[in-house]
Design a protein around this ligand. Sequence first.
Ligand code: NDP
Ligand code: GDR
Length: 341
Amino acid sequence: MKRAFITGITGQDGSYLAELLLAKGYEVHGLVRRASTFNTSRIDHLYVDPHEVGARLFLHYGDLSDGVRMTTLLAQIQPDEVYNLGAQSHVRVSFDEPEHTADTTGTGSVRLLDAVRMAGIQTRFYQASSSELYGATPPPQNESTPFYPRSPYAAAKLYSYWITKNYREAYDMFAVNGILFNHESPRRGETFVTRKITRAVAAIALGTQDHVYLGNIDAVRDWGYAAEYVEGMWRMLQADEPEDFVLATGIGITVRDFLEAAFGHVGLDWRRHVRFDERYLRPTEVDALIGDPSKAEEKLGWKATVGPLELARIMVDADIRALEFAGRPWIDTVALSGWAA
Ligand code: NDP
Ligand code: GDR
């Protein structure tokens, strides 16, 4: 049985990746930050009490700021594959917390890479790199497009990109960067623009809210469906050679277009419900990101099938369902208290 270790397992991508790997027969180990309340709602439905025969999901307390913990955990788990998805992942928040972002989103990666080295294990390593690396460089962007980061988040991810490449070259590690363009889902964090919009649409449609405040709605993004992107991550680690890949849909639309699709799906006119608040602007904005995923299609056989407009409709439907179920999470969950110390 193959064994995987995932940082960021409680996040959007971590939850889909854990689902995928469990379905493929893996034993999955995830890093969870200690919080004063449970932060595992996205993976509760996957949890099986570890005392039960056949349990294959195991959770461990830890933090990317703690390198010693990473080393001891990896030595104990001995994973075949490590997926580094943990990060302070919000671009706007990175302007408020630049040092914390550097520590988790940047230095956290070298802590984990070095933990692999110090633990003396043979493992394949996936680094969650981002289209934010391209920043001010105009689209289309592919694996050879120059980087121009435009936020503390992107600068931290740039460090992680290069240190992953350096460990590949210096220590002959199978370590790769997936340069993923925006990907969303009903599990997307509530403060990213797509989910913020689709939650608002659901609440407005059901009569519990009237308007939503947004920032720059002219930004262009290439929004794909997260559940498809985790398959691409896995394929990168199954390849014969360690290489970096872009995953994207190749379609760019504006936030305005996304608004049109999301509000239009329930027969509403977004212009009546969207207000501007400069608090949501960034000191330096990324105007347009549209990926060229042809290398992944050619070498990994990976191709996105859900485009940004269809995604808007999927997310609106899911948020309406969640509200209709009186705020219960949209996935069926079981109480997850058994694993915690
Ligand atoms: P989320 O914000 O949903 O999840 C981030 C995860 O990282 C959470 O599990 C969070 O834990 C964890 N985390 C945060 N800080 C730490 C820390 N100090 N130590 C350990 N874990 C920590 O992100 P996504 O799932 O959307 O993205 C996954 C990764 O991919 C991130 O690295 C992101 O930057 C990157 N990425 C995402 C893209 C996207 O469009 N979604 C595109 C390109 C890259 P907790 O639940 O406790 O907060
Ligand atoms: P992004 O995603 O910055 O691309 O980073 P986000 O959804 O935050 O912003 C997308 C675009 O929408 C504009 N925008 C707003 N954004 C937010 N969050 N809230 C608003 O009210 C709002 N109004 C307009 C933004 O200015 C921006 O142009 C995401 C994250 O998942 C990163 O971790 C990941 O690396 C990149 O995608 C690829």
